[in-house]
Ligand binder design. Structure first.
Ligand code: NAD
Length: 257
């Protein structure tokens, strides 16, 4: 247990990758602040049942004022945020000329700007403690593009850039900032894309799942949320003290092509 006495805020932790990271950090002894628009009751119950100290705050990550409330809540509940995991994310698929302007703004707000706000608000206390971990859940789409995902690709490339800038600004301190770039991972977000595509192609969901992962991922297999969570745990460990500004792909070979 290397995070005893430390506090982790995981945005978008009501399901999928964020919930798995919250559970893994809790197993390392961290206090957890959950956030998200999904079933936050169930997520908090699960963590509390495992013996974790878990609070929750339902800030909408589109709104900087609610993000400020969230950060104040973390400070008043546990003192400060030691591990910040910027994970909340949304997706919309459309050609750029047909992309709804409001969806573009929302994707940039949730997938990119929210990480700027949480990071700028978390860093002063991390600097005072001379220790901190900022982990940005980016995507293979932070490294390469796919058609019809312009806002997502722009936001994810943006968060990889933010990761590098923050890593440089904190390079001589005990604070590290890194990105995790998952490939296709079977979560509610990915399942929705599979369901949409199956409907479009009039194909079965099972057939579509295998075809979709195979299109991009040479391993022909999904990444699991548990594998991603263990990478986040490693990034919090002393062994990762000199991992700074990395965009660490865990993608079954997607970006090796
Ligand atoms: P998910 O839908 O299970 O989780 C997304 C989380 O973000 C949920 O908790 C949701 O409530 C939260 N969220 C969405 N909008 C929000 C808002 N306005 N305010 C606060 N919370 C909000 O999906 P996931 O696959 O676990 O995605 C988590 C992260 O991983 C995202 O950033 C996503 O882009 C990234 N990612 C996922 C995959 C994949 O294949 N699933 C691949 C690469 C990257």
């Amino acid at each position: 247990m290397n995070l005893e006495g430390k506090t982790a805020l995981v945005t978008g932790s009501t399901s999928g990758i964020g919930l798995a990271i919250a559970k893994a950090l809790a197993r390392q002894g961290a206090n957890i602040v959950l956030n998200g628009l999904g079933d936050i009751d169930a997520a908090q119950r699960e963590l509390l049942a495992s013996g974790a100290r878990a609070m929750r705050h339902e800030a909408d990550m589109r709104d900087p004022a609610q993000i400020e409330d969230l950060m104040k809540f973390c400070a008043s509940s546990f003192g400060r945020v030691d591990v910040l995991v910027n994970n909340a994310g949304i997706q919309h698929v459309a050609n750029v000329e047909a992309f709804p302007v409001q969806r573009w703004d929302e994707i940039i707000a949730v997938n990119l700007s929210s990480a700027f706000h949480t990071t700028r608000l978390a860093l002063p206390a991390m600097r005072a403690a001379n220790w901190g971990r900022v982990i940005n859940v980016a995507s293979t789409h932070g490294l390469v593009a796919s058609a019809q995902k312009s806002a997502y690709v722009a936001a994810k490339h943006g968060i990889v850039g933010l990761t590098k800038a923050v890593a440089l600004e904190t390079a001589t301190t005990g604070i590290t900032c890194n990105a995790i770039c998952p490939g296709a991972t079977l979560t509610p977000l990915a399942q929705k894309q599979i369901d949409d595509r199956a409907r479009l192609d009039s194909a079965s969901v099972d057939e579509t799942r295998v075809r979709m992962v195979g299109e991009k991922q040479p391993s022909l297999d999904f990444v699991t949320v548990e594998q991603l969570a263990e990478l986040a745990v490693f990034m919090c460990s002393p062994s990762a003290d000199q991992v700074r500004g990395a965009a660490w792909a865990m993608d079954g070979g997607w970006t090796a092509q």
